[in-house]
Design a protein around this ligand. Structure first.
Ligand code: ATP
Length: 211
């Protein structure tokens, strides 16, 4: 279970997050929705340990935790809005890089990448470079790369924003498939239909206030 308590964040004079409390039970999918600029990405980045909160705590499995460590340990994976693939590496290398840097053998990382590419229909793109891929393919590589470390929690920032409706449905199916496998997931989206199609709970961000 992922628990956020009293999370606050201010940028300049603007309170973006004001003592926010959120709980994501194991194996559930939480969608975070709200209008542009309300702080969804900021909240996701705080959960991922990519941004620090001014106040509040985050607990994992009942223990106060530093999210950055969860990410570094591979417990928590992030799928970024712009995919943020490594342009100089092939699809396969994008997927195997983090596991090999964190101690997996090349053979084990390759085997895992093969499984993920098969599941995500990327086998034909294994040796391709990101610039040659479609938006949907890039999205799947970003998800495969996050899954390569076998996370228990997966965070997505606007996973459908670059996709047409059919691909959006594919991402929804994938999120639901991962849920069947027990994954805990947090999805930031402004797409209410997508949110409803994947989420156990939908959290609407409260709008910020001037300090
Ligand atoms: N590093 C930063 N420094 C200053 N202001 C920031 C920073 N990051 C975000 N902001 C501001 O905080 C507010 C919330 O941004 P955030 O990206 O979290 O919103 P969002 O709800 O994800 O928006 P969108 O749906 O458009 O992606 C915005 O007004 C943004 O300009």
């Amino acid at each position: 279970m992922l628990e956020l308590s009293g999370i606050s964040k201010q940028f300049g004079s603007r309170n973006i997050l004001n003592g926010l409390n959120l709980t994501v039970p194991d194996g559930q999918t939480l969608a975070i929705v709200g209008p542009s600029g309300v702080g969804k990405t900021t909240l996701l980045r705080i959960i991922a340990g990519l941004e620090s909160a001014d106040a509040g705590t985050i607990a994992w499995d009942g223990q106060a935790t530093i999210p950055e460590q969860l990410r570094e340990q591979g417990i928590l994976g992030v799928v970024f809005q712009g995919f943020e693939l490594f342009p100089q590496y092939t699809v396969r290398r994008n997927i195997t890089l983090a596991p090999t840097l964190t101690g997996a053998t090349k053979a084990a990382a390759d085997a895992r990448a093969n499984t993920l590419m098969e599941q995500l229909e990327l086998t034909d793109q294994a040796d391709a470079y990101p610039y040659t891929l479609s938006g949907g393919q890039k999205q799947r590589v970003a998800i495969a790369r996050a899954l390569a470390l076998d996370p228990q929690v997966l965070l997505y920032d606007e996973p459908t924003s670059a996709l047409d409706p059919a691909l959006r449905d594919n991402v929804a199916a994938l999120v639901n498939q991962l849920k069947q496998g027990g994954m805990t997931q947090v999805v930031v989206t402004h797409d209410m239909d997508f949110a409803r199609s994947v989420a156990d709970n939908v959290f609407t961000m409260p709008t910020g206030t001037e300090a």
